[in-house]
Design a protein. Structure first.
Ligand code: MN
Length: 499
């Protein structure tokens, strides 16, 4: 489902006609070489396309408007090779609506000490031109990313690559459509919010459907299709009967296969990329979608449980941001469940009643059929596994009434000390930065939810840049967080974001 869009990024070099044609020829040639080598580096997830050197107000304005109109353009990378008077950029920047990266680099790495003269300095004055260019963004209060360093360096190229993924998350946000098969769980505050404001701010469409309309699509799936997918499950996963009758077990698994196929068809026919369910509102569905929802998440759909449409949309966006990433470790909906408070072994057991994405699994994945203590349906089949170790980010988007806030916590995923043979759900276990006590206290002070959109493959910088591009508040909880500092930051943010 998650098809890789052929996004491109435009490379626009700024200059002016003060230095003569020979200089401008060098500028164009240097830009061509940089673009060619960036594309050949193998480090960028998307292609860079060279555009003609921008030297006049008219051309700058025209180029940015073409970038707006071009559906394959996900952003513009700008570089000031020489000095480019920034008033020339005002009209173009006022009209530009996509992400922008200011690459602050120069063609030569080293000062050519023996040969440098004034001509060379005039031709290679990024240190000068980049400051003029940066000034106008700050003056106009326009969000942009600045990357500083030598363009051939791995670290610089990786920063560009990382920003490209954020930019695609920004562009794709306005294409996210969330299907709600139930309202938010009664009386729950943090999963609710202003859907109109979310559409204005993020571009999300969040629509409700009667659950039985989707259940009809499930019932319409043919027996042969259900059998084929159930066979695939049995080939792919370990079957943990745990004393259940094999035929009865398979019938339960087949119900999830039918839900997966029916839901996926309904989502695709109606152009939705994310979905929420609710264990208390299942209509004629025989089971809470468990295994089915896990598989849909794996295919790239966003998901939120108990009607949590904000987290569903965030999971979708984070899946798009990580799309096609080599050696990706996974992205999932997640929920904080239970603490381990043993000194030195502190952490939070993460799970959900069923719906954890198998992309984060480490090792074998099994199917279990177990009763669900909530809801009034037959025992649902679910995928059970433990998750990978290593650094990751957990994010929570909350609605504060007058604004949205994205809370971004760096976390360290670990193995639990012992297996949990009686727990019939997929799990992860992590310790938040800077440690459990401060991390959890900070999260609570920020108003963060119990549901999170979680990924091993994104950084807090990427998520914070995404929030900045959306014009919303971001709060980081990481190794540098102190409670005193955080409380002040929240206070200041209340003033800074006041409407
Ligand atoms: Mn939940």
């Amino acid at each position: 489902m998650l098809k890789r869009k052929e996004y491109k990024f435009w490379f626009c070099t700024g200059s002016q006609d003060l230095y003569g044609d020979e200089c401008l020829a060098h500028v164009a040639e240097h830009s061509r070489i940089i673009v060619e080598k960036l594309n050949k580096s193998g480090r960028l997830p998307y292609e860079v396309v060279l555009k003609p050197t921008l030297i006049t107000n008219e051309l700058i304005r025209k180029t940015f408007n073409e970038a707006n109109m071009d559906e394959t353009c996900a952003g513009v990378i700008t570089w000031m090779h020489t000095f480019s008077p920034a008033k020339s950029w005002i009209l173009g920047l006022q009209e530009y609506r996509k992400p922008l990266l200011h690459l602050h680099t120069q063609f030569n790495r080293e000062i050519p000490y023996d040969t440098i003269d004034m001509d060379f300095m005039n031709e290679n004055q990024s240190a000068h031109g980049g400051r003029e260019f940066g000034h106008i963004f700050t003056r106009m209060n326009i969000e942009r990313k600045v990357v500083v360093g030598y363009w051939e360096d791995e670290a610089v190229q990786k920063k560009i690559a990382s920003w490209m993924r954020t930019a695609v998350g920004v562009i794709e946000s306005s294409h996210v459509r969330v299907m709600r098969v139930a309202d938010n769980m009664r009386n729950v505050a943090v999963t609710d919010g202003d859907k109109v404001e979310a559409q204005i701010r993020f571009g999300w469409e969040v629509d409700a459907y009667p659950v039985n309309e989707v259940a009809e699509a499930v019932e319409a799936v043919s027996d042969s299709d259900v059998k084929a997918l159930t066979d695939e499950y049995y080939d792919t996963y370990e079957i943990l009967l745990e004393g259940r009758d094999p035929e009865e077990f398979r019938r339960h698994v087949a119900v999830q296969a039918q839900i997966e196929l029916g839901f996926e068809r309904f989502l695709d026919e109606n152009n939705y990329q994310a979905i929420v369910t609710h264990f208390g509102d299942l209509g004629s569905l025989k089971q809470l979608p468990g295994l089915a929802m896990q598989r849909l998440m794996q295919k790239g759909y966003g998901f939120g449980a108990e009607g949590d449409w904000k987290t569903a949309a965030m999971v979708r966006i984070m899946k798009i941001m990580t799309e096609g990433m080599k050696d990706a470790k996974g992205t999932s909906f997640m929920e904080d469940y239970t603490y381990n408070l043993v000194p030195g072994k502190e952490g939070i057991l993460q799970a959900h009643m069923l719906e954890v994405c198998p992309t984060i699994a480490d090792g074998p994945i099994s199917i279990k059929v177990q009763p669900l203590s909530m809801g009034e349906r037959e025992d649902p089949a679910r995928l059970v596994f433990t998750s990978k170790t290593g650094p990751a980010v957990a994010t929570s988007l909350i609605d504060l009434g007058d604004r949205f806030r994205l809370i971004i916590n760096d976390v360290n995923c670990k193995k639990t000390e012992k297996p949990m043979p009686k727990l019939p759900v997929a799990t992860a276990f992590w310790t938040p930065e800077p440690n459990l006590q401060t991390g959890a206290e900070a999260w609570i002070l920020c108003g963060g939810a119990h549901h999170t959109a979680f990924s091993y493959d994104l950084t807090s910088e990427q998520m914070g840049d995404w929030a900045a591009a959306m014009g919303i508040e971001a709060v980081y909880i990481d190794k540098d967080t102190t409670i005193r500092g955080l409380k002040n930051e929240l206070r200041w943010n209340d003033a800074a974001y006041r409407k």
